[in-house]
Design a binder for this molecule. Sequence first.
Ligand SMILES: *[C@@H]1O[C@H](CO)[C@@H](O)[C@H](O)[C@H]1NC(C)=O
Ligand SMILES: *[C@@H]1O[C@H](CO)[C@@H](O)[C@H](O)[C@H]1NC(C)=O
Ligand SMILES: *[C@@H]1O[C@H](CO)[C@@H](O)[C@H](O)[C@H]1NC(C)=O
Ligand SMILES: *[C@@H]1O[C@H](CO)[C@@H](O)[C@H](O)[C@H]1NC(C)=O
Ligand SMILES: *[C@@H]1O[C@H](CO)[C@@H](O)[C@H](O)[C@H]1NC(C)=O
Ligand SMILES: *[C@@H]1O[C@H](CO)[C@@H](O)[C@H](O)[C@H]1NC(C)=O
Ligand SMILES: *[C@@H]1O[C@H](CO)[C@@H](O)[C@H](O)[C@H]1NC(C)=O
Length: 531
Amino acid sequence: MEMGQQCRRWALVLVTLFWAFSLLCCSSVDGFSKVRGVNLGGWLVVEGWIKPSLFDGIPNGDMLDGTQIQLMSAMLQKYVSAENGGGSNVTVDRDTASSWETFKLWRVSESEFQFRCFKGQFLTSSDRGGFISATVDSPGINETFSIERNNTRVHIKLSTGSYVQATWGNQLAFNYQGEPGWDDNAATFEMTIVANNLHGEYQLTNGYGHDRAKEVLMKHWNTFVTANDFDFLSQSSINTVRIPVGWWIAHDPDPPAPFTGGSLAALDRAFVWAQAYDLKCIIDLHAAPGSQNGMEHSASRDGSIDWPSDDYISQTLDVIDFLSSRYANYPSLLGIELLNEPSAAAVPLDVLVSYYARGYQIVRNYSPTVYVIFCQRIGNADPMELYQANIGVSNTVVDLHYYNLFDPYFDDLNATENIQFIYKSRMPQVQALNSANGPLVFVGEWTNEWNVTNASRFQYQMFGSVQLDVYGEASFGWSYWTLKNDERHWDFEWNIKKKYLLLGNSSTKSTNFFLLALACGLYLATIVGMT
Ligand SMILES: *[C@@H]1O[C@H](CO)[C@@H](O)[C@H](O)[C@H]1NC(C)=O
Ligand SMILES: *[C@@H]1O[C@H](CO)[C@@H](O)[C@H](O)[C@H]1NC(C)=O
Ligand SMILES: *[C@@H]1O[C@H](CO)[C@@H](O)[C@H](O)[C@H]1NC(C)=O
Ligand SMILES: *[C@@H]1O[C@H](CO)[C@@H](O)[C@H](O)[C@H]1NC(C)=O
Ligand SMILES: *[C@@H]1O[C@H](CO)[C@@H](O)[C@H](O)[C@H]1NC(C)=O
Ligand SMILES: *[C@@H]1O[C@H](CO)[C@@H](O)[C@H](O)[C@H]1NC(C)=O
Ligand SMILES: *[C@@H]1O[C@H](CO)[C@@H](O)[C@H](O)[C@H]1NC(C)=O
């Protein structure tokens, strides 16, 4: 080993030790020690992967809003295609299926659907001399079709009673009379479901329909998170809950269809429990009208991202006004997060910054001190962009979400490499933002799961402890995603009870010291292990 290399290595060790000991001098957020939070994910904004059983009772449950399908004529053995992806004719002439041949379902009832093309238009029976085209922007009766299923085969029926059929001229006509059989006739199509990965609040409420959705959600709200969970959190040295809410909460008790009223009362209860168990609350607007990221957790109907429009933005500011006016004077309210995970690809920075600036003012109209939290854009964006934007003068926070998942970079990392990544990449970012002389830094989402197969409990403990150390350095603190989850490694309570996550104790320095020693040891081991 070269001399210089060894020196550098020892320098690194010393820097690390210095950094580690600096952790012992906890800074505080307005007299309140830093946030050690847990997210109440999947409670007031449904996420199917967190609790799949919520969807069990939906008829035709594999044909929810946003499900992507392809149709092949049984007679022609060709796929239905919206020419140019939409806006023009429909043909039945493709041997293979790609984006123009893929349609997103909008569900009208358990058997009635609308078909949305790649470019956004809907299949319609309105014109073109008896042929289906892809020319209507907002769907109505002529764009609504009944689907009759027989295994993978379907018949597609108009409200007039006639069926859609392929023609030998490779078009899609809507003049098949009588009842087609299930053989390879002109009105029979093979339906392939190519994606049905959206299981959010929209899919659930629209899938069940209003009355049934209300029953299912009422039961979920009353049982998924209870006072006992708050008790458990406070005994586990957690001091804050971050509570995702959907925009429709501002329209309780009668939000626009398909959303269902009742989540507001549940949020009220959370504030009561928070006071009883001495926890703080962060209200996080997780789902904005139009959807800010196209994902199920923003209640997107079909994956589209329509939030960046004047209309939706102004509706969103009304939601912030509602939440601020209702909760500003609750002593448990710590912060309001204006928008969760806007997409970098679809939400321009200037649009977002202007929204954040207006949202900040609205919160300040009701409270001079409540923290106003700006979430970083997800995708290809550097959170530093929000520091350079100069939004708001006091008690502002930028929220970063750190997962060692969802990016091919992590797919092949082993346990040690994952842990090194936390130190080598996350730590410098947290430190740089801490010292950027702007908003406080909040790691508002992270989890004790990674893409390492069959990792041991000890490896999970290491991963968790290292994350706690590094994210604990964030000037505002952190919150774990998420309280409960069918995927047990994401489940906070499971992690604590099974000792996969050793949380330690914020109030006792000896526990910090233990974690610290653990982390230092681990880091030294990884450095020494490097060749
Ligand atoms: C669309 O279909 C109509 C009627 O079937 C036909 O007249 C027209 O040429 C077609 N347009 C294109 C762009 O293929
Ligand atoms: C529906 O389509 C029929 C022709 O198939 C047309 O006469 C009628 O005007 C359309 N209705 C609407 C609302 O577009
Ligand atoms: C489904 O199709 C098969 C023939 O492929 C037919 O025997 C059966 O009766 C059909 N089922 C229904 C419910 O129509
Ligand atoms: C885990 O890695 C596999 C490839 O090994 C990848 O297909 C998968 O998407 C990754 N999972 C997540 C959640 O990132
Ligand atoms: C992890 O990968 C590194 C190479 O980056 C390798 O040196 C190390 O032995 C691996 N560790 C384990 C536990 O597989
Ligand atoms: C993980 O464990 C399961 C069951 O113990 C085993 O079948 C599987 O081969 C293991 N996978 C790897 C990648 O070691
Ligand atoms: C944390 O410390 C408090 C007292 O300071 C103690 O009551 C509690 O049991 C400790 N919790 C853990 C998880 O060690």
